[in-house]
Write a protein that binds this ligand. Structure first.
Ligand SMILES: *Cc1c(COP(=O)(O)O)cnc(C)c1O
Length: 461
């Protein structure tokens, strides 16, 4: 192992964006002006922006060339035909409906399939997915596998669904489950992959109850890579083959092209059933646009069409997985509590174990995210009770999230290993002074998706 060659970034840099190096005093001022909410910072005041991997990746020279080919015709644009055939070829779905991003695809699908009182099981809903199920009057039910409970264990497929729990839900409520959804990789569950065996088991249950299985496909290529790396039975399969093996189990998918589409914007919903597609298109023209552009420009359609092929390249996926693993292994070696094993798109710090003196109702994840910014200008994202807590319907009491995580999402093809070394060192410095870090309280928040707008105040120890 020791004389294996390092895995390099499989690209050269052609165009650069400067990073403004700030002082701690400047960052303290910016954070106060943002009321402690990292979503409210100006991005120019961030040094390493790991808030999200969504839409923030670097496009390739071929994608920029595709942007120039973009055709902005209102109807029948060749850009749409290239987009449509890329989705058909990669995923195998006949009917392709472009949307401006993933949540618009979710909106169309759930508004069409979900009625008040319906239950939608998912391995773990992403925040916009949950919000769209609930907006359609449904109940968003998370059924993560039991192995995902312990953040320090090395179970390879912590993104899996709890198949026994799904069996019970389908037996008890079969008439009110309009679809089952699988999120690959499991973003809110730590970017952990879902195994092919788990997808097959979920598919078999769905088939037995005549309930369609849909896939939240945002990180389908990363899932395929990790699936193969962690399942010896798949060693001989190519990535495109594995992608098809996954989607062949489903009736359709929603996709944010801002993730594994390697694009800055875009998404789609793709389905097998032509009648469902017709219904989705009827809604599409009301809220998004004509069926050959949805919510996208022709140049974006072309950038995504190219991105969907590039994301399947083995060198790219190997480097992508290696850069996340590199950070996880080094933090782990410093005994810093980090979600294991390494996921596909992000490093997740376990804030509950990082800051055990801060109770959950004082949001240790938010407190830690604020410290990473103060220490080194790193912007991360709390994925804990600020983002995911819900309120008990009768008592109004806040029920905490399953985990208090801080996500360091790695934008695709954007940062180099020396940026990752910097991130590791900043986390270590915060870890060394962890005992002096205080919790926070929410001083103002809107009722839905509160993490985007909430304001925070420090609460002394
Ligand atoms: C990003 C994301 C979405 C929503 O996509 P947008 O393009 O941000 O609207 C849905 N599900 C998962 C798993 C995601 O990561």
């Amino acid at each position: 192992m020791s004389d294996a060659l390092p895995i390099i970034e499989p690209f050269r840099i052609k165009s650069i964006e400067p990073i403004l190096v700030s002082t701690r005093e400047e960052r303290a001022r910016h954070l106060a002006e943002a009321h402690g909410n990292l979503f409210k910072l100006h991005s120019a005041d961030v040094m390493i922006d790991l808030l999200t991997d969504s839409g923030t990746g670097a496009m390739s020279a071929e994608q920029w060339a595709a942007v120039m080919r973009g055709d902005e015709s209102y109807a029948g644009s060749p850009s749409f035909l290239r987009f449509e055939s890329a989705v058909q070829e990669v995923y195998g779905f006949e009917n392709v409906i472009p949307t401006h991003q993933g949540r618009a695809a979710e909106h169309l699908l759930f508004r069409t399939l979900v009625r008040p009182g319906h239950v939608v099981p998912n391995n773990t809903h992403f925040d916009t997915t949950r919000a769209n199920v609930e907006a359609a009057g449904g109940v968003a039910l998370d059924l993560p596998c039991k192995e995902s409970e312990v953040t320090s264990s090395d179970f390879p497929f912590k993104g899996n669904m709890d198949v026994d729990a799904l069996r019970r839900v389908l037996a008890e409520k079969a008439g009110s489950v309009p679809l089952v959804m699988m999120t690959i990789t499991n973003n809110a569950g730590g970017g952990q992959p879902v195994s092919l065996d788990n997808l097959r088991a979920v598919h078999a249950l769905c088939a037995a109850h005549s309930v369609p299985l849909f896939i939240d496909a945002c990180r389908f290529a990363e899932n395929a890579w990790l699936m193969r790396a962690r399942d010896p039975a798949l060693a001989g399969s190519s990535i495109p083959e594995l992608v098809r093996a996954v989607f062949d189990l489903s009736e359709g998918c929603t996709m944010s092209a801002k993730k594994d589409g390697l694009a800055n914007i875009g998404g789609f919903v793709a389905v097998r059933d032509p009648e469902l597609a017709a219904e989705l298109r009827r809604r599409l023209v009301v809220t998004e646009g004509f069926p050959t552009y949805g919510g996208m420009s022709g140049r974006d359609l072309d950038a995504v069409a190219q991105g969907l092929y590039e994301v399947l390249h083995e060198d790219y996926l190997e480097y992508r997985a290696a850069s996340v693993r590199y950070v996880v292994q080094r933090l782990d070696a410093s005994e810093i509590p980090v979600l294991r094993p390494a996921g596909g798109h992000a490093i997740f710090l376990d804030a509950a174990r990082f800051l055990p003196h801060i109770p959950v109702r004082r949001y240790p994840g938010q407190a830690l995210a604020m410290e990473l910014y103060l220490e080194g200008g790193i912007r991360s994202c709390e994925i804990g009770s600020v983002m995911l807590a819900h309120h008990d319907e009768t008592t109004g009491e806040e029920i905490p999230a399953r985990h208090e995580l801080v996500r360091l999402a790695i934008p695709r093809r954007t940062y180099t290993q020396s940026h990752m070394d910097y991130v590791i060192e900043i986390v270590r410095r915060v870890w060394k002074r962890r005992d002096a870090i205080a919790g926070v309280e929410i001083t103002a928040a809107p009722p839905v998706l509160r993490h985007f707008q909430a304001e925070f105040g420090r609460v002394g120890r």
